[in-house]
Write a protein that binds this ligand. Structure first.
Ligand SMILES: Nc1ncnc2c1ncn2[C@@H]1O[C@H](COP(=O)(O)OP(=O)(O)OP(=O)(O)O)[C@@H](O)[C@H]1O
Ligand SMILES: [Mg+2]
Length: 256
């Protein structure tokens, strides 16, 4: 699958419409996810950004349109086939969802136990490396309740990348973290991309982090992607909606 200008795509949201009850959240929404690149989605709170990630992860189906991931249309796969596809996708949730009764290490090990035949020692090593990449190697045996909010977020992040998925979806990876940990997370996303040629879609409100890591930025507004381009071009976009959003200004076409 290629984009209009010939880049290889790992995923594509194609003309998607989706409603919750009578609220239309996405309306004829399309988004290209270029392979090997980091695509950041920006947009107002409630715009539907997390909804796009849930579509890409096969957790939701649109009422119209298609979701292509790694060459398959998720709308045409059986539940079982979607589950196989989901093993190639890592999802780091907006709100870390770890099981309280398991240690941090055991939480991160879950996808490996479920989907691989690695030995206990190999799992321990792989989990250790994933935790180490988010600065949490020391928390391997801790329970989630013993971690701060920021540490929990990083543990969820380690769990999303532990299987080295072809596509990683990060929902607000740096929200609520101090600037130093935010930088560490941003650098980890970049490190993973260069090491594994990993593709990522990142939702974020953290503009410094976005402009550090994004290859492409897409702005979601009123149900559709209204601007999509390289990070530099989005920064200098003539679109008044994009500029109002980036500048956090009250004046402009976005009604507050
Ligand atoms: N399962 C659901 N049932 C009903 N409404 C939902 C559901 N999930 C999301 N919504 C609604 O869809 C809209 C988009 O939600 P979404 O979580 O995708 O927004 P978002 O852009 O990620 O916002 P934020 O920046 O605050 O995280 C919101 O109005 C939300 O209330
Ligand atoms: Mg969200």
């Amino acid at each position: 699958m290629n984009s209009k200008n010939g880049r290889s795509l790992i995923a594509r949201v194609d003309g998607v419409t989706l409603s919750f009850g009578d609220r239309i959240v996405l309306k004829n929404c399309s988004l290209d996810v270029v392979e090997g690149a980091i695509t950041c989605i920006i947009g107002l709170s409630g715009a539907g950004k997390s909804t796009i990630l849930r579509l890409l992860d096969g957790l939701l189906l649109p009422s119209e349109g298609h979701i292509y991931v790694l060459g398959s249309d998720l709308c045409h796969l059986s539940e079982e086939q979607v589950n196989v596809m989901r093993q190639k996708i890592g999802l780091s949730f907006q709100f870390a969802a770890l099981l309280d009764s398991l240690s941090v290490g055991d939480n991160v090990a879950l996808p490996l136990r479920e989907h691989t035949k690695l030995s206990r020692a190999e799992i321990r090593q792989t989990v250790f490396e994933a935790l180490d990449s988010v600065g949490l190697a020391h928390a391997y045996d801790d329970l989630p309740a013993e971690l701060s909010g920021g540490m929990l977020k990083r543990a969820g992040f380690a769990r999303a990348i532990v299987t080295r998925p072809a596509l990683v979806l990060y929902d607000e990876p740096t929200t609520g973290l101090d600037p130093i940990v935010s930088k560490l997370i941003t650098e980890t996303i970049l490190k993973l991309r260069s090491k594994l040629n990993g593709t990522a879609v990142v939702i974020s409100h953290d503009l410094p982090s976005i402009f550090t890591m994004a290859d492409y930025i897409a702005m979601l507004f009123e149900g559709a992607i209204i601007a999509y381009d390289t990070a530099d071009r989005i920064r200098n976009s003539p679109n008044p909606i994009v500029q109002q959003f980036l500048q956090g200004s009250e004046a402009g076409p976005i009604q507050i």
